[in-house]
Design a binder for this molecule. Sequence first.
Ligand code: PGA
Length: 253
Amino acid sequence: MVIGNYKLHCGVRESAALARGVLRGLRGGTHVPDVVLLPSFPALGEVRKVVARTHVLLGAQNLAPVAGGALTGEVSAAQLKDAGCAYVLVGHSERRRVLGETDTMVHDKLVIAYAASVTPILCVGEDAVARGAGQAQDVVAVQLTAALTGVTVQKSERVMIAYEPVWAIGTGDAATPGDVVAMHQHIRRVCKGLLGDRAVDVVYGGSVDGKNAYDFLRERDVDGVLVGSASVKLAEFLLIIAAAAEVMQAQDV
Ligand code: PGA
């Protein structure tokens, strides 16, 4: 799975043009990875038109911590569903750090997203201080526990976790595949304790680009990548998609 997080990097026309470019890049491929595009709210409508009736899915970068009602400026899960979103990011570190999103809000958003049948992609990850202190796994376990305790996930719904170490996001300093694999295995163990025996998809994000994508994606414990800066550079994003297709071919998926 390859997920493009456009953040605030592009407007409506550019987002739609990127989506068209992605579709062109996917055309004719024998192995086609799942691609999810997360444009900004104003661009959802135009990108939806581009990807309608294709293999590419639409998602949003955030949702309101309440199901509906009066909360000026927020966008509800039901509104996202209505706008064609299959996925929504929850708890991205930029929101936690810059906008003060708390564990409680992250938990509430998960519950609300599932209730509206929009699959949440829960973002977790340690900062540089925690990694330096050898506490990366503890921090991630605390985030997962706070977010997922008391959340009921139906069998038919997907559990998706994005491991995004804060120090790797937008820095060009990606984690090593070995560290990512170790953390993904840890995430699966913690999720098993919280949710029981069920499939959990774990994707990696943090300075993924055309050069390093293959090294992450080839790992069995890495179900996909969440891409920020490189997702708004079409040629780079297509290299990442090509790496995913190559892995699928090699693993005969
Ligand atoms: P990046 O961002 O690829 O620019 O590091 C990833 C993310 O924030 O999801």
